[in-house]
Design a binder for this molecule. Structure first.
Ligand code: HEM
Ligand SMILES: CC(C)=CCC/C(C)=C/CC/C(C)=C/COP(=O)(O)OP(=O)(O)O
Length: 360
């Protein structure tokens, strides 16, 4: 929308300055560059050039520019380094795909080791991503108070932490479940950390690579319990996760577009700030998710539960399609927030339905 296209934005620059003062971790320099409390130099913040902070019909984003005020603990910081909410959702995904790989329930002890191995390697990936982005993260209100940019955890301990988690995760997956899930975990780690993370400042295609990294963990669960890489089921599950991430992330990319732009990240909403591209990517992702979800209901033939399961998938996914259509029709912070919220509900719902399908 033309109303999004604006030049220099003093309010946004103010919000970054406010954050620096409130966190008390970033010392200002005369040239605009700063040092965080671990002594690393942070380049001066690029001013948002194209976005206003609010506008008629755009929905308010004030709270997104407000720093978090929770008091951090050492334990909490190390948990935060792993991106625990994403890891939790990955564990839900891994549980569902493990049941599908096994064609039934998984012994609780196997499930426990699978959770430990997957959580460790996924947590290691999250920490490695935060190590890589420890300087640029200072430039976004959303991330400036993370343990590394805020200087609460040092570089060496976080390197040791990410390496330990990675080795533990790979070893657990390899020793309890064999080479395929361990390699799926390692491939995910490498694509997420070594390909996706550096791409974020270079091209908006980073989201496609991120979607591959985000979808690969389904193959950890699926192959750990007997599923084969040659099975269509595993790849349809990969499709569910891969396509779901487009509406999920386009909503986020819109909500935080000013921060991404200021920090120098290339996201769909910063390179194409009208929101049109983000909108159609959300719609296509939602439609493709429906196709993959419904196909999973029929993959083992027309049993009595296949049709109710397919209807269940439609009922679960249509609200996200509707939210995508609303977002595409009027991209603003309210429609984006609704889309993000619906994405976080839709994924567990679809996974639950296609997993129940295994039993009937
Ligand atoms: C292209 C891929 C993805 C990108 C770029 C992405 C990015 C993000 C970002 C930036 C947030 C934080 C939003 C905020 O601070 O308000 C977020 C939230 C979240 N993401 Fe993703 N994500 C992706 C894929 C995934 C995957 C694969 C999962 C798990 C299966 C996932 C699960 C979540 C969850 C549960 C949240 C909510 C966390 C919270 O409430 O803070 N995401 N995502
Ligand atoms: C098993 C295993 C190794 C799993 C790891 C895979 C993983 C963590 C996928 C998450 C997908 C993803 C692109 C998240 C956003 O990161 P971001 O860097 O865009 O988020 P940020 O801006 O909040 O740092």
């Amino acid at each position: 929308m033309a109303t999004d296209l604006l030049s220099a934005d003093a309010t946004t620059a103010d919000s970054v300055a406010t954050r620096s003062l409130r966190t008390g971790t970033i010392a200002g320099g005369e040239d605009g560059s700063r040092k965080n409390s671990t002594g690393e130099t942070i380049p001066s913040v690029r001013r948002g050039r194209r976005f206003r902070t609010s506008g008629a019909g755009q929905g308010s984003a004030e709270n997104l520019d407000t720093p978090q005020t929770k008091t951090p603990t050492v334990f909490g910081d190390y948990v935060e380094l792993t991106k625990p909410r994403i890891v939790t959702m990955i564990l839900v995904t891994t549980t569902a795909t493990a049941i599908m790989g096994a064609g039934g329930l998984v012994a609780w002890i196997d499930w426990m080791w699978l959770m430990i191995g997957t959580a460790a390697i996924a947590g290691s990936a999250g920490a490695a991503n935060q190590i890589w982005e420890r300087v640029i993260d200072c430039n976004m209100t959303r991330t400036a108070n993370r343990p590394l940019p805020a200087g609460r955890v040092g570089l060496l301990p976080s390197l040791i932490y990410t390496a330990t988690l990675g080795v533990v995760g790979t070893t657990v997956l390899w020793s309890f479940f064999g080479v395929q899930p361990a390699l799926a975990g390692l491939a995910t780690w490498m694509i997420y950390v070594l390909v996706y993370t550096p791409m974020k400042t270079r091209t908006a295609w980073n989201t496609t690579i991120g979607a591959i990294a985000g979808a690969l963990p389904v193959l950890i669960g699926y192959t750990a319990t007997g599923g084969q890489l040659s099975d269509a089921t595993g790849w349809l599950l990969f499709g569910v996760l891969g396509t779901w991430q487009y509406p999920h992330f386009m909503a986020i990319a819109w909500m935080y577009r000013r921060q991404y732009d200021e920090a120098g990240f290339k996201m769909t909403t910063t390179v194409e700030p009208t929101g049109r591209s983000a909108g159609w990517q959300s719609i296509v992702g939602s439609l493709a998710l429906i196709v993959c979800g419904v196909a999973l209901c029929f993959i083992n033939g027309f049993t009595w539960f296949a049709v109710p399961a397919a209807i269940g998938v439609l009922v679960a996914t249509v609200p996200m399609l509707r939210a995508s259509l609303l977002f595409a029709g009027q991209p603003d912070d309210i429609t984006a927030r609704k889309l993000l919220r619906s994405s976080l509900l839709v994924l567990p719902a679809v996974l639950l339905i296609v997993t129940l399908r295994v039993f009937w």
